[in-house]
Each structure stands twice: as C-alpha cells, then as structure tokens.
Design a protein around this ligand. Structure first.
Ligand code: NAD
Ligand code: G6P
Ligand code: MN
Length: 443
C-alpha cells in the first residue's frame, strides 16, 4: 500500500495555515496524507483557524485524521513532516520592527535592515524550540521551515543544530520565476532551468534557459529594463496589493544597476533605501496593511465557517502560490530530484564566497536531502554586497548566542540600510526596550 504521511503545521494560527491545509488536500494524488495536526503556542489564535479547517477537512477529506493542540508531545509524535511558519511576537511586534527604524529615517521592513534583525532575535528561539520538539518526538521527521527572517533563522540553525533535518525555503524567487515565465510566454516556471546565487531576500539570477537550452535572459531583460516585474503579474492571490505592485515596478531600477543579472525584489531596500523611506508612512506600514486585510479576512472566513458549521461556499481557498512546499515535501517523500532554491551552507558552491555562509542557491532535492548545484564565481558587485549582508546575519546570530550588545550594535551598523553607528545605537536601544521578554538579555 502506498505510504501516507503525517504532517504537523507549526504556527497553526498563522494566516497562511488554511491556504496550506487546503493545498495539502488538493495534492493528495502525489503526496497522500493520513494525519494533519496544527500546533501553536497560543491557543486563542489557533482555535478559530483550526475549528474552521476541521469543518473543511471533515467535508472534503473525512479519511484524514485531524487534531490541533498546544501540547508539544501530542503535536510532534508520529510525524513525518513539520511545516513551520511561526511569527514570534505576532503582527504587533512586526509593526514595531517597521515603525521604530522609520522614526530615525531608516527602512522599516519585516526581514530587511533593523526590523529584520529585531525579528531574527525573536525568531531564533521559537524555531529552535519547534525543531527540538520535532527531534525529541519524531527523530526521523523533516522540518520545512519558512518562518522569517529565513536568512537569520538558517544561520542560527547552522550554528546551533548543524545536524538537524531542517530545510529553509522562501517563496519570493518562486513568485518572481512565475513572472519571468509569464514574460517569455511559458506556462510555468517549471519549464525553465535557472542559475541563481545570493542570500535569502538578497539574490540574483544569472542564467535562465528553457528546457531545450535556449537562453531566455535577453527577452526577460527587455521586460526588466522597461517595467521591472510589473508587466508580468501572475495570477495567484499573494503579492497583489498596491505596495507589492510598486515593489515589482521598482525592480526596474534595481535591475539597472547590474543589467547582466535579474535581481530579487528585496534588494530595493538595500540599494534604494532613501526612496523606500520617502515612500513609507511611518504611521501606517505593511504590518497595518496585513492586519487590515489578510488577518481580518482569514479570521472572518473562519468565524463564518464555524457559525454555519459548513465550509461550503466559505471563504477558504487553497494557496496555489505555496505549492512549492508540497513540491519540497514530495521531493523528499518520493525522491523526485526536483531542482529547488534552498537556503544552505555554501561550502564552495559559490566559489569566491565564505564557505560558512548560508546562501540561497539551486539544489537537487531527494529522499536523503539536497545536493547543491555549484554556481561558480560571482562578480565583485554582488560579492561585496553579500559579504556585508552576511556579516549582518552572522553578527545577529552571534549576538543572540552570546547575549552581546556590542555584536548587535555592529550588526545594525553593518546593515547597508543604516547610515551611521550613532543611528544604529539609537534604533537598537529602542528595539531592546520594545522586545523585552522576546530577546535574550544583552550585556
Ligand atoms: P501569523 O502571525 O499570522 O502566524 C504566526 C503564528 O505563529 C501565530 O499563530 C503565533 O501564535 C504562532 N507562534 C509564534 N511563536 C510560536 C512558537 N514558538 N511556537 C508555536 N507557534 C508560535 O503570521 P503570518 O503572517 O501568517 O506568517 C507566518 C510566518 O511565515 C512568518 O514568519 C512569515 O514571515 C513567514 N512567511 C515566510 C515566507 C517565505 O517566503 N519564507 C512566506 C510567507 C510567510
Ligand atoms: C514574500 C517573502 C516572505 C514574506 C512575505 C511578506 O512572500 O518571500 O518571506 O514573509 O513576502 O508578505 P506580507 O504579505 O506578510 O507582507
Ligand atoms: Mn521569503
């Protein structure tokens, strides 16, 4: 009989949980499921999401065992895969991550600059906690982590749990590859073969070919030079608001800096921080947008499904854009050897870059994990930027491990988004105050 898998979703109360649960149900032909468990450390947030999903699963896949819990032993016993998307501190803390730097005229962003560092200092402990539960109760399981900031979380697990079965992955390159496929008239990014190097939220495509080996870069470059990614918006329900559309358009200016490569959209925060700050409202940031839209809509849909005691005509839909998570689970479960961008220890895959850095590069994924695909030697421009940014990430993790104020101050000062050590210190002192109870104590 074909093996069926037991999956635990950690961060069961996440706004992305219903979309992922529905997606898992939709892909059972290739990734059959016997059990889904939601785990969260905040019962009140998880409960409405779980109760609504329970109704949906009962109506659409009654053969799947479903449970939700805040008890780690129940959550992590008899599990094959943990899909981890936690947000330590919830949106309330994301809002502060974004607003505190903006007070000082510095980029306020979830994963970049001081906001990303602050979020990293909260996330490390949470992700390690989930990983340890998984290893305690299901030592053979794999954790697929997309909790942010993925770059810092990945460096922390490299240092603190180097032998753990954790794979860190991001959806941004996937979304951008869909847009590029769209530009050249292909139905899916899966019809392309890519070369990519960088750090998470900090990378570049240097090669894009179709399955016959035809170079697609010239056509894609024409689109990038004219409109960035904005003339190829793809049809998923993520990254659709005006602020995202502006980000896709701004990629035109990011591209202009190095027309030999295609940039990740997140580079705008490092290369055009002045523009980003000018276009930010310090009283209403992305966290406010998300709280007003995604969070409200998801919880309203849950309430409605629970009240009606049916999910028929309810507001849930599978999160098509998260299909890569099923692809990743499937690659391990079925040894598909699919090529995917993962965040992994460099170890020479980028030849002229720190071998201990956690880099984002294409890997071949199978039942024994991943094999890296060598990306050769990278140009001075990217190497210089990456060296600076990887130092920010390494210093942040070192600061967390050692409880070092000095190293965290260095990390903030090192960020290309921060103009001086003085401003770094002012932001850091505010962040320390705001993050009491979430960060280790710094000395
Ligand atoms: P959310 O705040 O809606 O949900 C996060 C959930 O995690 C909450 O229910 C919270 O209670 C729970 N949680 C926090 N700490 C926990 C812990 N220690 N143990 C168990 N549960 C814990 O957040 P969201 O906007 O839905 O995003 C979830 C995560 O997914 C974030 O980290 C976000 O940055 C990340 N994300 C990553 C990508 C990617 O490309 N890598 C894409 C989308 C979202
Ligand atoms: C992209 C990134 C994620 C990030 C998300 C933020 O998908 O790859 O890492 O979490 O954007 O989206 P949001 O809608 O929460 O601002
Ligand atoms: Mn990401």
């Amino acid at each position: 009989m074909e093996k069926k898998y037991s999956v635990t979703v950690a961060g069961g109360g996440s706004t992305f949980t219903p979309g992922i649960a529905l997606l898992l149900l939709d892909h059972q032909d290739r990734f059959p499921i016997r059990k889904i468990t939601f785990y969260d450390n905040l019962a009140s947030r998880q409960e409405p999401i779980a109760k609504a999903c329970e109704i949906y699963i009962r109506e659409n896949a009654p053969e799947i065992e479903f449970a939700y819990t805040t008890d780690p032993k129940t959550a992590f016993t008899d599990v094959d895969f943990v899909m981890c998307h936690i947000r330590v501190g919830l949106y309330a803390m994301r809002e502060l991550d974004e607003k505190i730097p903006l007070k000082y005229g510095v980029v306020g962003q979830e994963t970049c600059g001081p906001g990303g560092i602050a979020y990293g200092m909260r996330s490390i402990g949470g992700v390690i906690e989930v990983l340890d539960y998984m290893e305690q109760y299901s030592p053979n399981a794999w954790m697929l982590n997309y909790s942010n900031p993925a770059a810092i979380v990945a460096e922390a697990t490299r240092r603190l749990r180097p032998d753990s079965k954790i794979l860190n992955i991001c959806d941004m390159p996937i979304d951008l590859e869909e847009k590029m496929a769209n530009m050249v008239g292909l139905k899916s990014r899966k019809e392309m073969s890519v070369g990519y190097y960088g750090l998470n939220h900090f990378g570049w495509w240097h090669k894009i070919e179709d399955k016959d080996g035809n170079d697609l870069m010239p056509e894609i470059k024409k689109h990038m030079a004219a409109n960035g990614f904005a003339d190829a918006l793809s049809g998923t329900n993520q990254h659709v608001e005006q602020s995202w559309i502006e980000t896709f358009a701004k990629a035109k200016d990011v591209y202009a800096l190095d027309p030999d490569t295609i940039p990740n959209t997140y580079l705008k925060y490092y290369l055009y921080p002045d523009y980003v700050v000018e276009h930010s409202n310090p009283d209403f940031t992305r966290a406010n947008e998300v709280m007003n839209h995604r969070e409200k809509n998801v919880f309203a849909a849950c309430e409605q499904i629970i009240a009606a005691n049916t999910a028929v005509n309810g507001g849930f839909e599978a999160d098509a854009h998260a299909e890569y998570i099923v692809d990743l689970a499937c690659a391990i479960a079925k040894n598909t050897k699919e090529k995917m961008l993962l965040i992994v220890p460099n170890g020479g895959a980028i030849e002229n870059f720190d071998p201990t850095a956690m880099v984002e590069i294409p890997c071949v994924v199978g039942s024994n994990g991943y094999e890296k695909i060598c990306q050769g030697v990278i140009p001075q421009f990217q190497k210089g930027l990456m060296e600076q940014q990887v130092s920010v990430e390494k210093l942040t993790v070192a600061a967390w491990i050692e409880g070092s104020y000095q190293k965290l101050w260095q990390a903030l000062t090192m960020s290309k988004t921060v103009p001086s050590a003085k401003i770094a210190k002012a932001i850091l002192d505010d962040l320390i105050e705001a993050n009491k109870g979430y960060w280790p104590e710094l000395k």
